[in-house]
Write a protein that binds this ligand. Structure first.
Ligand code: AMP
Length: 418
């Protein structure tokens, strides 16, 4: 038997209802905050991700699904959404009318990571991006939206971690201080960190290897190196979060791995996910639109890990599963043929109706109605056809109502909607 690819997964009925509900709650929230949905291809030219995510990142170095198409052009299954959304924003000149645009996107992403619980090779994200606003207040709005979404989805034990990455003016000073410190602890760093120490020292702060984390205990903090503008910016973020009563912790290790981030950066972590504690992350990427060939337009955004969110949401799938409103237990050829007509009519009228097509015994049909969780059962046999009426049974209360077969659809609606 051919099995699915390692690191990929099926989302089956029984789980999918929860995903739909999460989507519904998220869409409502984004809609309320003025975000428009954007849908973009799942493949792009490899160059787009290389330029936007940065060559010196895990994603570009070893996780992208990249292959030549039949003409030899290199294409990549998107590992994240921001680069493609920026590409669309530039390509369609969406900034021409009004540079301020807010988008959200739901969809699959692909990274060839080592599969484990909470980490897949095809996973899903909910992204939101705001273009054209330099004020850190919109970063705060994004954090508020994240926290609100997690609360509405009853995710326990979440905390918002925030940091700033400074700007091209003050970050170099911090980088040098960090690099100098890293030289003193080189013996205790993993080989990845040694390589990054020279090329992209900020990324060393991100390393999850326990020995590296220990070695970096006393690493300098960017907060001590901020220029006055970045300092004012970060103070505004904190004051505004306080005003909105959004709790947060300042996390000096929070450096997004991507080169185009600047200033505010944030992550939502949860205690209920074990090793994969980040369920959403984001921040400001003021340099990316220009980097990809557009005008100098600031931007900020986040990505939520949908799979992880579904794992930790307190919502129950069973609350959102659609069960049949009525089951028609039809016995005999004539009843079966009538029942078929009726389930079609009921379906068209928005009433979920099921029947058995193989003329099984009443007992086995009742069992199936029960298994499906039908709210009502109508029993239809030769006797009922002769008498022109049938019994409708309420499966929860066991109460039975006699309905006339004349005008049956209207009569059933009356019972079901009573
Ligand atoms: P990133 O784009 O790396 O900032 O990731 C944003 C969010 O996507 C993370 O906080 C995770 O919740 C989720 N995520 C990233 N990679 C994976 C993966 N391989 N499997 C499942 N979720 C992921």
């Amino acid at each position: 038997m051919i099995q699915l690819i390692r690191g990929f997964k099926d989302i089956l009925p029984g789980e999918v209802e929860l995903w739909q509900q999460i989507e519904k709650v998220a869409r409502q929230l984004f809609d309320d905050f003025g975000f428009k949905e954007i849908r973009i291809p799942i493949m792009e030219r490899t160059e787009l991700f290389k330029r936007s995510i940065g060559e010196d990142t895990d994603i570009v170095e070893k996780e992208m699904y990249t292959f030549p198409d039949r003409k030899g052009d290199l294409i990549t299954l998107r590992p994240e959404a921001t680069a493609s959304i920026v590409r669309a924003y530039i390509q369609h000149k969406l900034f021409a009318k009004d540079p301020v645009q807010k988008f959200y996107l739901l969809g699959p992403m692909f990274r060839r990571e080592r599969p484990q619980k909470g980490r897949y090779r095809q996973f899903y994200q909910i992204d939101a991006e705001i273009f054209g606003v330099a004020s850190p207040l919109v970063d705060v709005q994004l954090i508020l939206m994240l926290v609100t979404l997690f609360n509405r989805l009853q995710v326990p034990d979440i905390s918002a971690h925030i940091n700033t990455l400074g700007c091209p003016k003050c970050r170099p000073g911090f980088k040098s201080a960090l690099q100098a410190m890293l030289m003193t602890v080189s013996d205790n760093l993993c080989s990845n960190c040694i390589r990054r120490r020279d090329r992209n020292p900020l990324r060393v702060l991100d390393c999850k290897v326990p020995a590296c984390r220990q070695a970096l205990k006393d690493a300098p903090s960017i907060l001590d190196h901020l220029c006055s503008e970045c300092q004012a910016d970060f103070t505004e973020v904190r004051n505004s979060l306080d005003k909105l009563k959004v709790p947060y912790v300042i996390d000096k290790r929070l450096v997004r791995g991507l080169d185009y981030y600047a200033r505010t950066t944030f992550e939502i972590q949860t205690g209920s996910l074990g090793a994969q504690s980040a369920v959403a992350g984001g921040g400001r990427y003021d340099g990316l639109v220009k980097e990809l060939g557009g005008p100098q337009i600031p931007a900020t955004g986040f990505a939520i890990g949908f799979d992880r969110l579904a794992e930790i949401s307190g919502l129950q799938t069973s609350d959102y599963e659609r069960k049949p409103d009525i089951y028609l237990a039809a016995l005999g050829e004539k009843s079966q043929s009538l029942a078929f007509e009726w389930i079609c009519q009921l379906g068209l009228a928005g009433i979920g109706a099921e029947m058995d097509f193989s003329d099984k015994s009443l007992k086995s049909q009742m069992k199936r109605a029960d298994r499906l969780g039908a709210s009502y059962v109508l029993i239809l046999g030769d006797k009922e056809l002769d008498e022109g009426k049938a019994l409708v049974r309420n499966m929860a209360t066991k109460e039975q109502t006699s309905v006339s077969l004349n005008n049956i659809l209207e009569n059933l609606k009356k019972v079901i909607y009573r």
